[in-house]
Design a protein around this ligand. Structure first.
Ligand SMILES: O=C(O)CCC(=O)C(=O)O
Length: 253
């Protein structure tokens, strides 16, 4: 599944594109079952009690061979190769379930804002497991913001946040998705997710990210060779393997 000319142009100019369904209904069902098993059990809790919290869990692939296999899904890798070239590593995955009443937002940020050292742009594939819109905690984006490079972030608890007065929030648009859609966006796209203020609509999303094979922490020079290869020398990997092990406590960013 390569990007069409129009999709690529949309990605390159706006910073995002809705790819539509990438996984078939049976795969989606399997993903959702594994996701529910992992994200609703022993997850970290994000958000604040007053607005309503939600579960977050990083690296679901560590605990699910089924999900690990999805990370090497050729449809995703074909697009990653198109945009990042012949050498691509898997960077990160995470599940966030904004269940009804999870009113806390995740404020404006670029995914690079969470990284130590100014790293290169990487790719986020945001798989909607439920219909997602502003009412149930969906994404809002600032179109074209990926062209401006990395903006200053400040830490608010565990979140890297761009202060509202540093960006044109009045230009934000909702990025709705149907269950099964994959939203592709640049790690430099400024985005946030709203709180889920509905009574009965879940908003589960599984995020899968890929980075250039030679991505390094620009402060320390460290190459992220603890991230497994997804594509090496143009060849798609058949399993997730890196030069050194990844430690979820030590290597979070
Ligand atoms: O899914 C969410 O609610 C937040 C996603 C997000 O902001 C991200 O993946 O960077």
């Amino acid at each position: 599944m390569a990007l069409t000319h129009e999709q690529r142009e949309a990605f390159e100019t706006q910073g995002y594109v809705n790819l539509g369904p990438v996984f078939d209904p049976k795969e989606l069902d399997e993903i959702a079952r594994e996701y529910d098993r992992l994200v609703n059990f022993e997850a970290q809790t994000l958000g604040n009690e007053q607005d309503g919290v939600f579960p977050y869990r990083a690296m679901l692939n560590f605990r699910s061979p089924r999900l690990a296999a999805c990370i090497l899904e050729p449809a995703l890798l074909e697009i990653a190769a198109q945009l990042l070239g012949d050498d691509v590593r898997f960077w990160w995955d995470q599940g966030i379930n904004k269940a009804p009443g999870s009113g806390s937002p995740i404020a404006w940020h670029q995914d690079n804002g969470y990284q130590k050292g100014r790293t290169a742009a990487f790719l986020t594939f945001w798989l909607a497991l439920d219909d997602s819109d502003l009412a149930n905690g969906g994404l809002q984006v600032l179109p074209h913001s990926s062209a401006d490079g990395l903006l200053p972030h400040e830490w608010r608890g565990v979140h890297a946040v761009i202060p509202d007065d540093a960006i044109a929030v009045d230009r934000a648009i909702p990025l709705d998705a149907r269950a099964g859609d994959v939203l592709l966006f640049s790690s430099l796209l400024v985005h946030q997710t709203a709180g889920n203020h509905t009574a009965d609509r879940q908003r589960r999303a599984w995020v899968i990210q890929y980075c250039p094979g030679d991505m390094r922490n620009e402060d320390t020079g460290e190459v992220y060779d603890n991230r497994p290869w997804a594509i090496r020398g143009g060849k798609f990997a058949s399993q997730l393997e890196a030069e050194r092990p990844f430690d979820l406590q030590r290597d979070r960013a």
